[in-house]
Design a protein around this ligand. Sequence first.
Ligand code: ADP
Ligand code: MG
Length: 318
Amino acid sequence: MTSPSLPGGAAATPATGASVPAAGASVPAAAGSVPAAAGSVPAAGASVPAVRLAGIHKAFPVHGGDPTVALQDISLDVAQTEFVSLIGPSGCGKSTLLRVVGDLITPSAGIVEVNGKPASQARLDRDYGMVFQAPVLFDWRTVEANVRLPLEIIKTSGTEQRKRVQEKLDLVGLSDFMRHYPHQLSGGMQQRVAIARALVFEPALLLMDEPFGALDEMTRERLNGEVLKIWARTGTTVLFVTHSIPEAVFLSTRVVVMSPRPGRISDIVDIDLPQPRNEETRESDRYFELVTQVREALRAQHGGGASAARTRAEGAIG
Ligand code: ADP
Ligand code: MG
């Protein structure tokens, strides 16, 4: 397994141009290997960031008042196969930023590119999988039918549908629950169904907005481990929003710390913990150091005083 050991920095692409890193397989390096759907393939190959944000600004109009400035001057490159978490106080614009990347919200200013393309094109090309805090499953459809839905919509062949759905359910460990309905599953299992569905197009970029925020601590830790395994096996790039400092540190190659609204990037912490991560990771000295580093970066943003004390007491922010 090579991909998750990729260093955090966006400029991490090795100089050996022709050798595509294994996990960058979704982006061919050499022009000669460009498949038929050439229009959707970035010319510069593996060196193209998975996400490129430059000068992003977002203001929401407010009826009869000043606009709410949610994001201010956000610039960030996320390299292929990185796992980047966004962390910051509630209302600082984390979800807005994720939605800008996912082309669900248009920024007021700035450039957003995904795999070298405008976000709108990336959406058309199905470069994204998205997972939100609520799993948003259809109660009247079985697990299998929920995961299959996106493939039905684009009319993939029946054989291909069955193959993909089986693969993704295997990946999230739910093959034995294919015929169950969502209400027959625990919250953690429902969220795994949502993850399987997000993976069904084999997206190059997985966007996750507090996917485990509603789950108990033990379930959350278990699913953190599962997400890392999926990340390692699929080689997808992940942009992950959380308000949990331990979760951000455990999962990520980099943690992006945002300031209170208007959201700006105040700090970026490289998470140099070895891969694969496991229970030993959570007990290592370096893990505790990094948790402290992220907490202090957040506290600096809260400006000390009462809110810092609250952050300390809660062990998390958001
Ligand atoms: P976070 O996810 O960090 O908690 P959000 O991105 O949801 O924060 O929100 C950032 C700010 O933008 C908040 O002040 C919120 O009220 C505002 N906001 C978010 N979405 C909208 C919207 N669709 N219309 C108006 N204001 C919005
Ligand atoms: Mg949010």
